[in-house]
Design a protein around this ligand. Structure first.
Ligand SMILES: Cc1ncc(COP(=O)(O)O)c(C=O)c1O
Length: 446
C-alpha cells in the first residue's frame, strides 16, 4: 500500500479506516464485476500534486494559467486512448460514466428526443433511459427493450421495436449481460431509423483493449467507457468519437467536447487524467492482453463449475467477465445468498434475473465477476475451487424463503442477516477463504 505516514499522524481516524479497507480487500475474494484493483503506479498518479490544479478547458485552450504540464498529461492520455481503441478522437475529462452518457445526450439530442436502451432489470444501465428517476428518463422520452426469458437479446424483436418507436439515439451497453453484443447489428438497427449509436462499453473496455471482446469502434458514432472497471484505472470515464461518427457529423467531436466542458462540468480532475494515462500505458502491454484473456478463461471455468454443480446461469454461461446465477430453482433470493457469501469472505452483489417475478429490492439472482481474482493471478484451478465454495454457500442458505407478505420482508432480511453472521459453517468457510485469499497478492504487494 502507498505510505500513509502523514495521514496517520494528521488524521488517524481516516487513516485507520483506510488501513482496514486495505486489509479487507486482501482478505476477501472480491467478485463484483465492475470493480478492479489498480496498480501502485495508477494510485501514485491519483494521489499526486495534480489534484491541486485548476485547468478548465482543453490542452492549449485553458481558462487558467500554469497548465503547461497538465496540457502534456491530458494530451498523452488522449493520444494513448485513441491508439488503444483505434479512434480519431477521445475526451478523457468526464468525471464518471453517468455524466459521460449525459454529455452524449446533451451534445446530440434535444430535450424530449427519444432514447432506446436495455432495461436495467434486463442488464442495462440507469443512464440508458430508465424512466422517471434518471436524467436520461426524465428529460428525454425513452423506449426500453428487455432480454428474453433465457437472458439473450432477441435482435429481430429489438429491430422491430426500433422501427415502431423511431428513437433518435440507441444507447447500447450492459451491466449484467454475460454475452457479446453484436455491434454490427446494432449499427444496422440505428441506421434503419437514422438514430445515433452510443456504445457503452463501461464493463468490457479492458477486454476490448485486450482483444478478447469485439470492439464497437467500427460501428458506433460515440463510445463511452468507465476507466475503473476491467481496464483497471482510476474512477473516471472517456468519450470517444469514431471515424463513423465524424463522417456522419464532422462537428461531432467538438459537440461532445463542448457538452463535457462547459456543458456539464467545470475543471477536469487532472490527477485522475494522469492516472488514466498510466492505465492506458499498462493496457497496451502484452501482459495486459494476457490478463484480459485470462479474465474470460476464468469466468468460463467458473461458469462451468457452477453449472456442473447444479446452479442455473442466465444465458447458460458467459462470453465475458461476468456471470449471473439464477436462484429461482433454489427459491432463495439474491440478497440472502450475497450476504452469506460475504460471511464466507466472497463479495458479490444481488441482481435481478431476466423476467424476475420478485421486486428489484429482493431479486432472484447474484452477479459475479472475475476481473479482480485475475488481477490477483488466480487461474482455472482456483476458479474450480471458488465455484465449489459458492455452491456450498447456496446450499447452506437455500431453505430461506422471502415472506409472502410485503410488510414482513424488511424484518425477515434483518433477522436472517443476523443469523447468517452467526452461522458456524459459513464462518469456518470464511476463515478458510481468508487464508486462501492471502496467498494471492494484491498489486503492489508480494
Ligand atoms: C454500462 C455502464 N454504463 C454506465 C455506468 C455508469 O458509470 P459510473 O458509475 O461511473 O457513473 C456503469 C457503471 O456501473 C455501467 O456499468
Amino acid at each position: 500500500m502507498i505510505s500513509l505516514k502523514n495521514l496517520t499522524k494528521e488524521d488517524p481516524e481516516i487513516a485507520g479506516w483506510i488501513k482496514k479497507e486495505d486489509q479487507r480487500q486482501k482478505d476477501v475474494l472480491e467478485m463484483i464485476p465492475s470493480e478492479n484493483y489498480t496498480s501502485l503506479a495508477v494510485r501514485e498518479a491519483l494521489g499526486s500534486v495534480l489534484t491541486n490544479k485548476y485547468s478548465e478547458g482543453y490542452s492549449s485552450r485553458r481558462y487558467y494559467q500554469g497548465n503547461r504540464y497538465i496540457d502534456e498529461i491530458e494530451t498523452l492520455a488522449r493520444l494513448r486512448c485513441q491508439k488503444l481503441f483505434n479512434v480519431p478522437h477521445a475526451n478523457v475529462q468526464p468525471y464518471s460514466g453517468s455524466p459521460a452518457n449525459s454529455a452524449v445526450y446533451f451534445a446530440l439530442l434535444n430535450p424530449g428526443d427519444k432514447i432506446m436502451g436495455l432495461k436495467l432489470s434486463g442488464g442495462g444501465h440507469l443512464t440508458h433511459g430508465h424512466p422517471d428517476v434518471t436524467f436520461s428518463g426524465k428529460y428525454f422520452r425513452s423506449t426500453q427493450f428487455d432480454v428474453e426469458p433465457d437472458g439473450w437479446i432477441d435482435m429481430e424483436k429489438v429491430a422491430k421495436l426500433a422501427r415502431k418507436e423511431k428513437p433518435k439515439m440507441l444507447a447500447i451497453g450492459t451491466t449484467a449481460y454475460p454475452r457479446f453484443l453484436d455491434w454490427k447489428k446494432w449499427r444496422e438497427i440505428a441506421d434503419s431509423v437514422g438514430a445515433f449509436f452510443l456504445a457503452d462499453i463501461a464493463h468490457v473496455a479492458g477486454m476490448v483493449a485486450g482483444g478478447v471482446y469485439p470492439s464497437p469502434a467500427p460501428y458506433a458514432d460515440v463510445v463511452m467507457f468507465t476507466t475503473h472497471k476491467t481496464i483497471r484505472g482510476p474512477r473516471g470515464a472517456v468519450l470517444m468519437v469514431t471515424q463513423r461518427g465524424l463522417k456522419r457529423d464532422p462537428e461531432m467531436a467538438k459537440k461532445i467536447d463542448k457538452a463535457v466542458f462547459p456543458g456539464l462540468s467545470g475543471g477536469p480532475h487532472d490527477n485522475v487524467t494522469a492516472a488514466i494515462a498510466v492505465c492506458f500505458k499498462e493496457a497496451a502491454t502484452p501482459s495486459f492482453k494476457k490478463y484480459a484473456k485470462q479474465i474470460v478463461a476464468n469466468a468460463k471455468v467458473l461458469a462451468d463449475t457452477l453449472k456442473e454443480n447444479g446452479l442455473k446461469l442466465t444465458t447458460d454461461g458467459t462470453d465475458s467477465h461476468l456471470i449471473v446465477i439464477d436462484l429461482r430453482p433454489q427459491m432463495v433470493i439474491g440478497n440472502i445468498v450475497a450476504e452469506a457469501l460475504e460471511v464466507a469472505n466472497i463479495v458479490a452483489n444481488y441482481n435481478t434475473v431476466p423476467h424476475d417475478q420478485n421486486p428489484p429490492m429482493y431479486p432472484s439472482g447474484v452477479r459475479l465477476g472475475t476481473p479482480i481474482l485475475t488481477t490477483r493471478k488466480m487461474k482455472e484451478k482456483e476458479m474450480r475451487k471458488i465455484g465449489k465454495w459458492i455452491v456450498d454457500v447456496v446450499k447452506e442458505v437455500g431453505h430461506f424463503r422471502l415472506p409472502e407478505k410485503k410488510e414482513d420482508r424488511a424484518m425477515f432480511i434483518k433477522k436472517t442477516k443476523a443469523e447468517l453472521w452467526g452461522n458456524k459453517r459459513l464462518l469456518a468457510l470464511g476463515k478458510e477463504i481468508k487464508k486462501f485469499s492471502s496467498k494471492f497478492p494484491v498489486p503492489g504487494e508480494g
